[in-house]
Design a binder for this molecule. Structure first.
Ligand code: CP
Length: 327
């Protein structure tokens, strides 16, 4: 039974960046900059307990939310799929409502199914932050990507990305990161091009404000930033008819071979050398080194990948304050 009617205006959740206004994005990014420059004033969220429900694996998002909660003086309780009663068949909604009954101030939710965070948000009272739902959205990742791009290109003052050109490269169809990043970059004025094998770049990204198509070698010299994506082998074949019990699920790979993929879409040192002066390399992680991104580029002078990770904590602090009304 839904606690909030589907039509109810919800202002305290963060479920995605698609549809978020430029002023809302700037508010969150400005709060992140304030945290970076001035730090936190006292234990702003003391007394709050944040429930971190991770039904899918994570290193960066889960850890950085936990650190963000602690830095704000609140406490975090963590539940993961394998150690919870979800593994016994309990639904995500029942799980969230039971945790709510114990008394928590907010939920951070990661799940395999697109729409899970929104579904939980309709069923519980406290604010819900989407920490990645299937192939749908990963809003805090999109914010930290935007903040990192703004920092690298000297746009921290007003977060106006007009005139910047960004390529997002690889398995875009499987990527919630791409959906959130395209929404935020485009809303703030950047031009985004999505590049990858035809089976990995859905035309629907044009509706989010991106240009779709082109070759990596063709677009690379004009880009101010390139965001490389991992091939999400584990998501290929999702949405197809389930295999009968006991049979191996069919895999529908959109690429013929990793070797062929690398030939056209990997960011090698030779390709990185063709990028323009000051252009940066981004990756949301986890990186599959030697597939989409070579070691020398991932750890090279153009890489801002570790800045992205550092900004993850600040962005999540800003989002927690925003959702809990402490802004
Ligand atoms: N970028 C990202 O979401 O990484 P994790 O899956 O490790 O959280």
């Amino acid at each position: 039974m839904a606690k909030r009617p589907a039509s109810a205006p919800v202002t305290s959740d963060l479920l995605g960046l698609q549809g978020l206004s430029a002023s809302a994005l700037r508010e969150l990014l400005t709060a992140t900059r304030e945290l970076a420059t001035r730090g936190v004033k006292g234990d702003e969220l003391r007394g709050h307990i944040v429930a971190s429900l991770f039904f899918e694996d994570s290193t960066r998002t889960r850890t950085s939310f936990a650190i963000a909660v602690k830095r704000l003086g609140a406490e975090v309780v963590e539940l993961i799929g394998a150690g919870s009663s979800v593994s016994k068949g309990e639904t995500l909604i029942d799980t969230a409502r039971n945790v709510e009954a114990m008394g928590v101030s907010a939920f951070v939710v990661r799940a395999k199914q697109a729409g899970s965070a929104a579904m939980i948000a309709r069923a519980v009272g406290p604010p819900v932050i989407n920490a990645g739902d299937g192939k749908h959205e990963h809003p805090t990742q999109g914010l930290l990507d935007t903040y990192t791009l703004a920092e690298a290109k000297g746009r921290l003052e007003d977060f106006d990305l007009t005139g910047l050109r960004v390529a997002i490269v690889g398995d875009i169809a499987s990527s919630r990161v791409a959906r959130s990043a395209v929404a935020a970059f485009s809303t703030l004025g950047a031009k985004v091009v999505c590049v990858g094998p035809p089976g990995m770049v859905p035309g629907g990204f044009a509706a989010l404000g991106a240009t779709v198509g082109g070759s990596l070698d063709g677009v690379l010299p004009a880009m101010d930033a390139v965001m490389m994506l991992r091939i999400q082998f584990e998501r290929h074949g999702e949405g197809k008819t389930p295999a009968p019990a006991g049979a191996e699920a069919p895999k529908a790979s959109p690429i013929a071979s990793v070797r062929e993929y690398r030939e056209f879409y990997a960011l090698t040192p030779e390709r990185a050398a063709k990028m323009k002066k000051g252009a940066v390399v981004m990756h949301p992680g986890p990186i599959n080194r030697g597939i989409e991104l070579d070691e020398a580029v991932a750890d090279g002078p153009r890489s801002v990948i570790m800045r992205q990770v550092t900004h993850g904590v600040l962005v999540r602090m800003a989002v927690l304050r925003w959702c809990l009304g402490a802004r």
